[in-house]
Design a binder for this molecule. Structure first.
Ligand SMILES: Cc1cc2nc3c(=O)[nH]c(=O)nc-3n(C[C@H](O)[C@H](O)[C@H](O)COP(=O)(O)OP(=O)(O)OC[C@H]3O[C@@H](n4cnc5c(N)ncnc54)[C@H](O)[C@@H]3O)c2cc1C
Length: 186
């Protein structure tokens, strides 16, 4: 059984996975290479960057994930369901049983077969998500299921999605360890 499986390795999913991998948790990211941030060559509103391209952010996220012992696989998730063994994630080629899931697949949510998940309307407009998942203040949508980025919110900026990935991971780790999780680089 895996500990954390992140569905969607865009900017929110990678940030969540970097936190859980850095915390020493077995972390798998499943992604099919369609991140919206790939379309952006000149993000100017991120603290720490004068200008940065979306693909540079994704590359550095993947590098960090690897550095901290996480794994990314190029697979399309076809089903997410709850079984007696844990949460089961089925892709075109594999089945993974995992304790926790982070959903970070932006507007693609049709693979979710969890009764507890509730969807709400998004915001109309170019590139906006027409729906997203209802979560509580800790990004939790159901037992052991966390959500990050545009899957969780209509707020359409890279910086917000990065922060949201971190927030989902911190809350997941707090739940997993049953005490407030703190990640301090000294
Ligand atoms: C044209 C354009 C310009 C933009 N310009 C800016 C800008 O200037 N500044 C700014 O701050 N933001 C910009 N954005 C917004 C930014 O790209 C998004 O806010 C950000 O990418 C959302 O992050 P995310 O992780 O939620 O989704 P994404 O980065 O889209 O990641 C979702 C990931 O999930 C994967 N996925 C989906 N379904 C599945 C599945 N079934 N199985 C496996 N993987 C799956 C996808 O392949 C993708 O990699 C722009 C977006 C676009 C489209």
């Amino acid at each position: 059984m895996r500990t954390v499986t992140v569905i969607g390795g865009g900017i929110a999913g990678l940030q969540a996975a970097v936190f859980t991998a850095k915390a020493g948790e077995d972390t798998l990211v499943l992604d099919n290479g369609q991140s919206l941030v790939e379309n952006t060559s000149n993000i100017q509103n991120l603290v720490g960057h004068d200008s940065v391209a979306g693909h540079e952010l994704l590359n550095s996220g993947e590098k960090k994930l690897e550095e901290f012992g996480g794994e990314k696989k190029e697979e399309t998730v076809e089903k997410l369901e709850r079984t007696d063994e844990g949460l089961k994630v089925t892709t075109g080629s594999e089945e993974y049983v995992t304790e926790y899931v982070v959903i970070a697949s932006a507007g693609i949510l049709d693979y979710i077969e969890l009764e507890e998940i509730e969807l709400e309307e998004g915001v109309e407009g170019p590139n906006m998500m027409d729906k997203h998942i209802v979560t509580d203040e800790s990004n939790r949508a159901a037992e052991n299921v966390y959500v990050a980025g545009l899957a969780n919110s209509w707020e359409y900026q890279t910086s917000i999605c990065i922060g949201d990935g971190a927030k989902a991971a911190i809350n997941l780790l707090t739940d997993l360890r049953n005490e407030p999780f703190v990640d301090h680089d000294m």
